[in-house]
Design a protein around this ligand. Structure first.
Ligand code: C5P
Length: 227
């Protein structure tokens, strides 16, 4: 297991709320996820601020566009010192992203199938298959394209690990301690279950960011995983 596998999602509406969470968590967290909401509000300026403060950034942009655009955008992200970037799990996007990353330290993570999609959603998009089949196809394509890892549901982690091999970086959102509020997440697993099934990192948002004492919540989750 990674020493501290927690990535905290800064799903807030402005930089000042994000700074407040980062300062309350202090040294207990070194990786933060900046997603679409905070990016739209505070952009790369806030990402650079986090990196300048010694934090690592997981930029959750789920890039999806024509190859040339993806390649050039990934190259820009690579220059900033962002550690992880998410991209869509389609083959052309993944190949272009691997090209744009070059030999930088940026790690690319492909999103297989959003955990909010079920078979009916796939059928509506014209994919006549199960979620599990599409996940497997995309994992294999990601590894062939030279992608570093995958974002997947904790309920798929064991299967994804078996397909992707020991070197792939697996990140699972949808993680909750037993008894914690699920919010809008439907398919959840506990932090310990996700690690047991092969996750290297866990993305946790509200369970920590909305806790009365976020640092104590992080300590409790780490304790739960170690036990
Ligand atoms: O608050 P919570 O722990 O549910 O936050 C989970 C984070 O992980 C959110 O930022 C959400 O966008 C992200 N995520 C997810 N499920 C996915 C991919 C990303 O919950 N399949």
């Amino acid at each position: 297991m990674t020493e501290n596998p927690l990535i905290i999602a800064l799903d807030v509406e402005d930089a000042s709320q994000a700074r407040d969470i980062v300062s309350r968590l202090g040294g207990s967290i070194s990786i933060y996820k900046v997603g679409m909401e905070l990016y739209a509000a505070a952009g790369m300026e806030f990402v650079r601020e986090l990196i300048g403060a010694g934090k690592q950034v997981f930029l959750d942009m789920k890039f999806y566009d024509i190859g040339e655009t993806v390649k050039r955008a990934v190259a820009q992200v690579a220059r900033t010192g962002v550690r992880f970037l998410t991209i869509h799990g389609s083959r052309a996007v993944m190949r272009a992203a691997a090209d744009g990353r070059g030999d930088s330290g940026l790690r690319l993570l492909a999103v297989t199938v959003l955990t909010s999609f079920d078979r009916a959603d796939l059928a509506q998009m014209g994919y006549p298959c199960d979620v599990a089949e599409l996940v497997s196809l995309r994992v294999n394509n990601a590894m062939a394209a030279g992608i570093d890892g995958l974002v997947c549901s904790p309920l798929e982690a064991a299967r994804v690990r078996a397909l992707a091999g020991p070197a792939a970086i697996l990140v699972t959102p949808g993680v909750r301690s037993a008894g914690a509020g699920k919010g809008d997440q439907k398919r959840v697993a506990t932090p310990a279950e996700a690690i047991r099934d092969g996750a290297n990192y866990l993305v946790i948002g509200r369970q920590v960011t909305r806790a009365a004492d976020p640092a104590a919540e992080v300590a409790r989750i780490l304790q739960e995983i170690r036990a």
